[in-house]
Structures are given as C-alpha cells and as structure tokens.
Design a protein around this ligand. Sequence first.
Ligand code: AMP
Length: 294
Amino acid sequence: MSPMNPRIPCPMNIITDIAAMQQTASRLRREGKTIGVVPTMGYFHEGHLSLMRRARAECEVVIVTLFVNPAQFAPHEDFASYPRDFERDCQLAEAEGVDILFAPTAEAMYPDGYETFVTVENLTQPLCGASRPGHFRGVTTVVAKLFNITQPHRAYFGLKDYQQCKVIQKMVRDLNFDITIVPCPIVREPDGLAMSSRNAYLSPAERQAALALHRALRHAEQMVKAGERDARVVRDAVQAMIAAEPLAWIDYVEVVDAETLQPVEQIQQNTLVALAVKIGRARLIDNTVIDAVR
Ligand code: AMP
C-alpha cells in the first residue's frame, strides 16, 4: 500500500520462489510490519475475497498464498481437474489491495525425498476426516510450511471449512506457532449456496439441487429455535431434506459439539450441524453453529 494514500493499491508482487518469499517476510518483520496471510487454493470467489479484505483491514502487509496442495487430495480425488485461473486470481487479489501473491510449485514445496508431515490426531478423525483419510494431514503440513515461509502474525481462514479452521487452531496451539488464527464467516450466494471453487463443477440442474444443503441447515436452525433439542431428530430431519433431492448423495450429516467435534445427544450451546454432500462430481460441504439458549 502506498504510505501517501492507503486507498491506492500498489502493484501486487507475485513471488513463486520459496527462499525469496521467506527473505521478503523476514525483512518485513525486521521492519516491524504486521503480516497477515490468507492461504488458498485459488479460483477466487467472494469467500476468498472476504478473507483478503479482513486481512487488508487488520494488517500492514497482506500475503495471499495460492497453491493447489497435492498432499491433501486422495489419488481418486479432483486434484488434476481442480479449477485454476491464475491470471484472473492475480487481478482479483490485486484489486483487493493484496501486497504479495505467493504461488510456489508443487516440486518446490515437496521435492524428491520429502518426508515430514504434521498430524493433528483426534480433531481430524470425525466429519471430513472420516470420509477423506489423509486429507487433514495434507492440510496441516502445507499450512505449517506456508506459515514458516510467510511468517505471518495473523492468518485468515473461512468457517465454511469449519473443521479445517479448528484443526489449524489446534496445530497452532500444540506446536506454539506465534500466530493468531482469524476465523471468518461463511460467504453465500444470494440464494444461500455457500461459495466454493467446486461450485464451478455444477450443471444448472445440480446448482439448483445444491440449494438443499443450505435449506436443510436453515431448517435445523428453525427446529432448534422452535424448541427441539434432540440431536438425532434434527439430524434425521436434515438428512431427510437432502435425501429428498434426487441429485444429492449424502456423505455425512452430523450434529456435534462445535469445539470437540464429537457427536452430541442434546443440542445445547455451541452445537455444530455439519454436512458433506456429493452433487454430480462436486463434493460440497456446509455447516451452521447453533446456540440453543434456553
Ligand atoms: P480454498 O481455496 O477452497 O482452499 O479456500 C481458501 C480459504 O477460503 C479457506 O480458509 C476457506 O475456508 C475460505 N473459504 C472458501 N469458501 C469460503 C466461503 N464461502 N466463505 C468464507 N470462506 C471461504
């Protein structure tokens, strides 16, 4: 950002080299700058941009990392076909006043002989961890590496990936990273669909079917508001609403404690309703945190 007028963004610096990024981050720290990082896999939408805006408002230097991390995809998953548009992403990030876009190659991040991984053992077991074995090991490993490379004071994560946020917070606590994790609210399309790069996979009919996810979560919120406290009743209702959509294939619907991610019987304060649903080739996730204040 220009020190003369903070509203005029400077040209964004694109860095692909890990050592160059690390040296730049070290220099910025020596200069006393507050660094905010937004880790992403690119193909930006308003969800990503909301994280960038928050970082821009809170930090002197904003670094966005763009890396489609092979370590968090299983062999049968969509790593090869994951949507990518580097030029458009650069334009969008620059328009948000991002200072540095860090986009390393997979070969540089995981050179031949790479063998060190970070694992959060228990929080990664339920929900997406159960249906995507190894996924969070890939996430925590790459985020730990990105933290070491970009040396942020603050790191911004979206609550659309609720479990990911919790897992990263746990890693940061357990490994004593001196970084504040900033969870950011879910950004939705006007009709309620949570924004996701994977929404690009949806045909018009599938896009319509995908509305069942948010509709079912809203229904869960309304049930609790109306007094329902039995987690199984709420879970079954959510499941039934999504199952009624012929194009939807349910991976999981769970009602869990929002901190431990363990199933609850009674809905009390801080309960998470989380779901993963396949529609066509897109695996979509969404969630809501419910506070049942009696
Ligand atoms: P991704 O590129 O999908 O790995 O996402 C990068 C970051 O953006 C993660 O912290 C996500 O949780 C966050 N994010 C993705 N979609 C949304 C959304 N709809 N609302 C808020 N944050 C999001």
